[in-house]
Design a protein around this ligand. Structure first.
Ligand SMILES: Cc1cc2nc3c(=O)[nH]c(=O)nc-3n(C[C@H](O)[C@H](O)[C@H](O)COP(=O)(O)OP(=O)(O)OC[C@H]3O[C@@H](n4cnc5c(N)ncnc54)[C@H](O)[C@@H]3O)c2cc1C
Length: 288
């Protein structure tokens, strides 16, 4: 395996926002293969509604976004990571706009257009840029059109990475990751895909819960593969719970936008009594 040329320079496992954007950047100088466990639409990105927070208005500041994030994190955030992520925000949004994501705009009385920014819980400024109430769907369709048209990117839907191949597992002197075993769901065959570099963009494991707003693909495969390959795994206790989901015993659950509560919606038990203050003392979470 070490003596043969790799099937690609970079194998990206996952085709959500993370995988597709990594592919587009890396394909400027590398041959890239992107794996999608099911169809391109079966990812968390497709379901994201509200939008993406970043400092985009002159009244806002990076310091304020950092402060809000640290407050929301209740002392658990790493300030260096928060600083890095917040300061990257405006540039990342500019990149998405450059790719053609049609973020919602508004016109002022003089006919000047600007991006519409909403405000969500925990933010002291309007800083959530969005595409109506289906931001993720717009991201997937814009980025996947670019990925599909790119000569350096091969996109394989219905291909599941089963395990990473490392030098250690093959008894070689290197511990590098050399590729992955991949199951083609259409043929039922497992093949080896070798790569000079492997990127895991497989998202989380929320399907471990009985009720979830996540699609079926969110089974934590990437975390498990990384663990088996010898990576450190951390922060598994941090799971975002959406407080409002539609539940029906015979239908798939889906998120009822948190914007509903932002606009004054109340969470009540069947007898009309309120209960959220039992779970959070924070004002916007406890709102009933
Ligand atoms: C209902 C809902 C609403 C949300 N709303 C917002 C919002 O308003 N704003 C916000 O910022 N965030 C929101 N989020 C969170 C956001 O969607 C995710 O954090 C983000 O999309 C994650 O992107 P990703 O690329 O890491 O993962 P995903 O988009 O989940 O992509 C993971 C990819 O990995 C692939 N994959 C997994 N395992 C394998 C395997 N073994 N082999 C091959 N491929 C594999 C999957 O097929 C998929 O393509 C929301 C999430 C949900 C579920």
């Amino acid at each position: 395996m070490m003596t043969q040329p790799a099937d690609c320079d970079v194998l990206i496992i996952g085709s959500g926002a993370a995988g597709l954007s990594a592919a587009l950047e890396l394909a400027k100088q590398a041959k890239v293969v992107v794996l999608s466990k099911a169809t391109l639409e079966s990812c968390n990105t497709q379901y994201a509604q509200g939008g993406i927070s970043a400092v985009l208005s002159e009244e806002d500041s990076l310091d304020s976004h950092v402060e809000d994030t640290l407050n929301a994190g209740a002392g658990l955030c790493d300030p260096d990571i928060v600083n890095f992520t917040v300061s990257q925000g405006p540039e990342r949004i500019a990149w998405l706009i450059e790719q053609g994501v049609p973020f919602t705009q508004v016109s002022d009385s003089e006919g000047h257009n600007s991006y519409h920014l909403t405000r969500e819980g925990g933010h002291s400024h309007r800083r959530v840029i969005h595409v109506e109430d289906a931001t993720g769907r717009a991201l997937v369709s814009t980025l996947s059109a670019k990925v599909n048209a790119h000569p350096n990117i091969r996109l394989l839907e219905h291909h599941i990475a089963i395990d990473l191949i490392t030098g250690t597992k093959l008894g070689l002197s290197t511990s590098r990751c050399l590729g992955a075993y991949v199951l083609n769901l259409k043929t039922g065959k497992v093949t080896v895909l070798s790569a000079r570099f492997v990127v895991l963009a497989t998202c989380g494991a929320s399907k471990a819960y009985l009720y979830t707003s996540n699609p079926d693909v969110a089974t934590g495969d990437g975390i498990a593969m990384a663990w088996r390959a010898g990576c450190r795994v951390a922060n598994m206790e941090f799971i975002q719970f959406h407080p409002t989901c539609l539940y029906h015993p015979e239908a798939k659950s889906f998120l009822i936008s948190e914007a509903v509560r932002g606009e004054g919606g109340k969470l009540l038990l069947a007898d009309g009594s309120s209960f959220m203050s039992r779970f959070s003392s924070r004002e916007e979470l406890a709102r009933e």
